[in-house]
Design a protein around this ligand. Sequence first.
Ligand SMILES: C[S@@+](CC[C@H](N)C(=O)[O-])C[C@H]1O[C@@H](n2cnc3c(N)ncnc32)[C@H](O)[C@@H]1O
Length: 227
Amino acid sequence: MNSPLSKPKKASWEPLKETRSFIKEVVGRFETTGAILPSSKYLARAICATLRGDREPWNILEVGPGTGAITREIARVLKPGDTLTAIEINESFAEHLRHDIQTKKEYAKSRDQIKVQVGRLEDIQGTEIYDCIISGLPMNNFEGEIVRQIFSVFRSLMKPGAPLSYYEYFAIRNLKYPFVPKLEKKRLREVSEIVDEEIKKHQIRARKVWMNVPPAVVRTLILKPAR
Ligand SMILES: C[S@@+](CC[C@H](N)C(=O)[O-])C[C@H]1O[C@@H](n2cnc3c(N)ncnc32)[C@H](O)[C@@H]1O
């Protein structure tokens, strides 16, 4: 407790500011943003479980960092020699994140290991570059064809044996299905077929995170077996 003579601690408005920036971008860009709020710290911790443990330095790709809810946790668990590239389609989010990386103390230890690029995952060139991909892409918002393309890009960018960790809102496809028009039903069925097939063949871990709005499941897949 503060003594009566000590200055009262200032309330931190940072999480509120971040949420406000996020919501501002959601309006009018729901298809690519695909969320109403940034991920919780519980979800961020669960998705970063992949990065913990004893290992060699990794090249890590974060896809769709938004305002950095997960990037912050990645930065916290980065090891010496790791590199993190964060690719974000939305320029305002990328700017917000760059600013935070340069100025916030959460990034002080690892800011030289992180770079933020503006662009689409689908446009990254190269093969077998990354030892791990952490994705925040809202796959359930995309057309089936795009989801197929995203998995194919993940595959070509990953080294054999590399984990992909991503999240989706818990049971969202099934919950939405009865309430949407025919065309949207068709889209959801296509997305489910593609995603469920990948999960069936390649998932190594799934963890539910109730402390998130809405609750989510974090999935880890190895899309290409180690050689
Ligand atoms: C659901 S939000 C996740 C934001 C943040 N990772 C979090 O968990 O709070 C999805 C993010 O992916 C970005 N995004 C959508 N499509 C993308 C693409 N093709 N390439 C890169 N980023 C994309 C959006 O702009 C948005 O920031």
